[in-house]
Design a protein around this ligand. Structure first.
Ligand code: SAM
Ligand code: DTB
Ligand code: SF4
Length: 341
């Protein structure tokens, strides 16, 4: 029977001593996953900027003057070239994001071809395109789309302080459509928006209350982008971020938890604690959608230091890449590798 979480039970987890909660989360993690394996995704923005939504954290909203290079929907060739590069670098899922409120019906055939071709390369596919109709979702599902990313971001109560152009209900409706189309759900949130503990707890409550918890849960640390209303937000204490991962793991033991945006501002030890707390997926490759991410070699060295490998047994380019870089230079100094790039 499904365990029913309540806000009080979740708040109690937020109040537990830090080491206690990490220990609990690691125990849960080991019951459901191999703690030394990671699921590896690479992101690509296939349509950048000029988004009509007003998400206060996002550099791609047309409302804010940010330094991004706007781009129309990329063609098939360009997308496949970058997907191949991601695969060769050791990624096993290609996640494509578009700065849309929702896709236009006329773009669906192109998206279907993209999905089919990437699947042929042996990679999993994920898209995040805004809200979808059931008809659109079914078409993407039939083309072979494995995951759809659609974040709840924060609590229902705090949502309208962050986004005014859509409601929490809209978000839940799309999640429902995705579930009914047979595509797996990737949905999580952002820490650092100015939310309080209650908002963090309520985000997790909402995710756990879905008919089935998301198969994949990205936990992002806000990347403060110049020009957005959140550029001067307070920093998130790394321990609070690690705790959020641990509680997500305890509440949704079967889901992959992705250590998502914000890794560039985390040291190796913080990331290691996130893995200890139950994170078992990440975005790999030097770019997120528009913001930067740790470069490939920095991550490969970290994986080697921690003994982390790709969960994919066959055709693991990641494990080959880890060996390559370590054979090339038998030196664990991160500075050394960064200097080479
Ligand atoms: N437009 C689509 C949507 O909103 O669903 C897809 C792209 S959107 C950029 C995907 C997610 O990226 C957002 O839901 C948000 O959680 C995350 N995100 C965007 N900007 C971010 C930032 N500055 N820091 C951390 N996460 C961010
Ligand atoms: C998610 O939760 N995080 C990713 C992915 N889903 C699409 C996006 C992070 C975006 C960070 C800001 C940027 O690169 O523009
Ligand atoms: Fe648009 Fe998505 Fe950015 Fe919001 S988060 S402004 S919907 S691209």
């Amino acid at each position: 029977m499904k365990y029913v979480w309540t806000i009080n039970k979740i708040i109690k987890l937020f109040e537990k001593p830090f080491l206690e909660i990490i220990f609990e989360a690691q125990n849960v993690h080991r019951k459901h996953f191999n703690p030394n394996k990671l699921q590896i995704s690479t992101l690509l923005s296939i349509k950048t900027g000029s988004c009509p939504e007003d998400c206060k954290y996002c550099p791609q909203s047309s409302r804010y003057k940010t330094n991004i290079k706007k781009e129309k929907l990329l063609g098939l060739k360009d997308i496949l070239k970058l997907a191949k590069k991601a695969k060769d670098s050791g990624s096993d899922r290609f996640c494509m994001g578009a700065a849309w409120k929702n896709p236009n019906d006329r773009d669906i055939p192109h998206l279907e071809s993209v999905i089919k071709e990437i699947k042929k390369m042996g990679m999993e596919t994920c898209m995040t395109l805004g809200s979808l109709t059931l008809k659109q979702a079914k078409k993407l599902a039939n083309a072979g789309l494995d995951f759809y990313n659609h974040n709840l971001d924060t609590s229902p109560e705090f949502y309208s302080k962050i986004i005014s152009t859509r409601t929490y209900e809209d978000r839940l409706n799309t999640l429902n459509i995705i579930r009914n189309s047979g595509i797996k759900i990737c949905s999580g949130g952002i820490i650092g928006l100015g939310e309080n503990i209650n908002d963090r707890a309520k985000l997790l409550l909402e995710l756990s209350k879905l008919p089935k918890p998301p198969e994949s849960i990205p936990i992002n640390m806000l990347v403060k982008i110049k020009g957005t209303p959140m550029e001067n937000n307070d920093d998130v204490d790394p321990f609070d971020f690690i705790r959020m991962i641990a509680i997500t793991r305890i509440m949704m033991p079967n889901s992959y938890i992705r250590l998502s945006a914000g890794r560039e501002n985390m040291n190796e030890q913080t990331q290691a604690m996130c893995f200890m707390a139950g994170a078992n997926s990440l975005f790999y490759g030097c770019k997120l959608l528009t913001a930067s991410n740790p470069n490939k070699n920095t991550d490969l060295v970290l994986f080697k230091k921690l003994g982390l490998t790709s969960e994919k047994k066959i055709d693991s380019n990641l494990n080959k890449e880890i060996n390559n870089i370590m054979n090339k230079k038998n030196d664990f100094s991160l500075q050394y590798y960064n200097a080479e790039l």
